[in-house]
Ligand binder design. Sequence first.
Ligand SMILES: *[C@@H]1O[C@H](CO)[C@@H](O)[C@H](O)[C@H]1NC(C)=O
Ligand SMILES: *[C@@H]1O[C@H](CO)[C@@H](O)[C@H](O)[C@H]1NC(C)=O
Length: 240
Amino acid sequence: MLSILFTSLLLLQSVFGEPNMEELEGTWVSKSNTVFTGPGFYDPVDELLIEPALPGISYSFTKDGYFEEALYRIKSNPKNHSCPIASITYQHGKYEILSNGSVVLKPFAVDGRQLLSDPCGYKEDEAKYVRYVQSTWFEKYQVSISDYHGRYMLQIYQFDGSPMQPLYLAYKPPLMLPTEPLNPTDKSKATSTSLRKRVRRSLENQYRTNAVRQENPVFEKLYWVGVVLLGAGSAAMLLR
Ligand SMILES: *[C@@H]1O[C@H](CO)[C@@H](O)[C@H](O)[C@H]1NC(C)=O
Ligand SMILES: *[C@@H]1O[C@H](CO)[C@@H](O)[C@H](O)[C@H]1NC(C)=O
């Protein structure tokens, strides 16, 4: 009896033990289950951010110290509550777990991208596609098994101690783009104009219109092409 108890304590210890990279390894997604790191979120070749169907966030960690961040957030617009502001953010780089359990994300500065959409804002600000780099500091984190979902759950506490929305394990090993810097040279100059147009158009279309997408056969076809490509991409990533 005691030995059973002891064994299960040991098991618990190994699941919930010292903070370590193996425990953090994987792709973690918020409840909406719509945002995943990897090729379905950011296309590094065309430098395109791909807008997910619904807001959400995802973090991936490798056990050898690399992370990827995918955020699609919508917040209310202080100027007009019926005009929310959307942001899509991609970053990747290295991370470290400090001995006291805090986690530091150190993004590769050349690769971060953010798309901001403020559809009712000033004309110039309607959609902005920018390079983005934001070092991030998490006070601590906790991995547990969610009672509700029966899945591994990652609770991150932000730099100020406030809890982030809980994340659930979706892939392990993680679904990620290559972990080395993707953009060692600045080639974005040549393409920036056309790129900006493409991204802006795609965001505006999708942002205004769930309904249109379903009624319009062209959109529908594009959607399915996207799904198939995404599927192939994920399969390729998983097979590697
Ligand atoms: C807020 O945005 C809505 C939708 O674009 C618009 O119809 C309305 O006039 C705006 N209200 C104000 C106070 O700007
Ligand atoms: C861990 O240490 C860093 C400084 O090295 C400190 O800023 C941070 O607040 C510490 N975290 C906790 C959870 O105490």
